[in-house]
Design a protein around this ligand. Structure first.
Ligand SMILES: NC(=O)c1ccc[n+]([C@@H]2O[C@H](COP(=O)([O-])OP(=O)(O)OC[C@H]3O[C@@H](n4cnc5c(N)ncnc54)[C@H](O)[C@@H]3O)[C@@H](O)[C@H]2O)c1
Length: 260
């Protein structure tokens, strides 16, 4: 993709499947990547795999001091920051039963972490800088037993629009991706590693009949950061196999049923 070679990219939450796919994809385009994550083991292993063009910086996005230190370490290692990808998130959610501390934790990681990372990077982002935040299909629909996580993702999408407007004059683009179900640590864990089972469950509500792959989400992130997307800002790109476009009727034919 155009315009990614030699760019310096910070990927928060880059240590696990989806974030790691983003990091790998940037490195494959010749970019330099900093993985900012609390998962020291996974982050170190990935940075070792990716070599000289990648660093792992242990970073808790709920701590401003960690974020500042991560940005400083990025400047020291690679001399600048061109792109920020806010992947880090937590699935803290007990629906109606979520106490205040769960709401605060979910917002602290999923929303405030992304906002504060952008604030810390902002002085170093030049004209042409890009930011990609992670929304979710969960941001736009009601899901049984889920209250906190969808609310955080809706907030991320609104923050994306606000930031896009206020940074546009300086030539910085801010966008979001909203994945549908994507093969990830949580789906691996819940399904006992059975991707076929996950695909079968997800099939009725993803037009393409399967879950997404981390690399497919990463491709969309790279596109938004590339020169191909130079006139795109403030948008939310669904990377969801048609999940969000599929209404309650799903792929069924209720009219046909009525006529029968
Ligand atoms: N998995 C899906 O199906 C799906 C669907 C829609 C959206 N998403 C979004 O995609 C992104 C990745 O999802 P995932 O399922 O791979 O999540 P995940 O939980 O597997 O990975 C998130 C990463 O964030 C890191 N992290 C958590 N708390 C942190 C903190 N305080 N500071 C720094 N890092 C922290 C974790 O260590 C992990 O590496 C998330 O933003 C998620 O909301 C995922």
């Amino acid at each position: 993709m155009k315009g990614l070679k030699d760019k310096v990219v910070i990927v928060s939450g880059g240590a696990t499947l989806i974030g790691a796919a983003v990091a790998r994809a940037f490195v494959a385009e010749g970019a330099r990547v900093v993985i900012a994550d609390i998962d020291t083991r996974g982050g170190t292993a990935l940075a070792t795999e990716l070599g000289e063009c990648c660093r792992f910086i242990a970073t808790d996005v709920t701590r401003d001091a960690d974020i500042e230190a991560c940005v400083a370490a990025t400047l020291k290692a690679f001399g600048g920051v061109d792109c920020l990808v806010n992947v880090a998130a937590a699935y803290v959610d007990n629906g109606f039963d979520s106490p205040r501390e769960d709401w605060e934790k979910a917002f602290a990681i999923n929303v405030f972490g992304a906002v504060m990372f952008l604030r810390a990077c902002r002085p170093h982002l030049k004209n042409g800088g890009t930011v990609v935040n992670f929304g979710s299909t969960s941001a736009g629909v009601a899901q049984a037993g889920r209250w906190t996580y969808p609310a955080t993702k809706a907030a991320v999408l609104q923050f994306t629009r606000s930031a896009a407007l206020d940074l546009a004059a300086d030539g910085i683009r801010v966008n979001a991706v909203s994945p549908g179900w994507t093969w990830s640590g949580i789906l691996d864990q819940i399904s006992g590693g059975d991707r076929d089972k996950v695909n079968a469950v997800a099939k009725p509500f993803h037009m393409l009949g399967r879950i997404g792959d981390p690399a497919e989400v990463a491709d969309a992130v790279l596109f938004l950061c590339s020169d191909h997307a130079r006139f795109i800002t403030g948008t939310n790109l669904a990377v969801d196999g048609g999940y969000a476009a599929l209404g309650p009727e799903q792929g069924l034919s209720p009219i046909t049923e009525l006529m029968s």
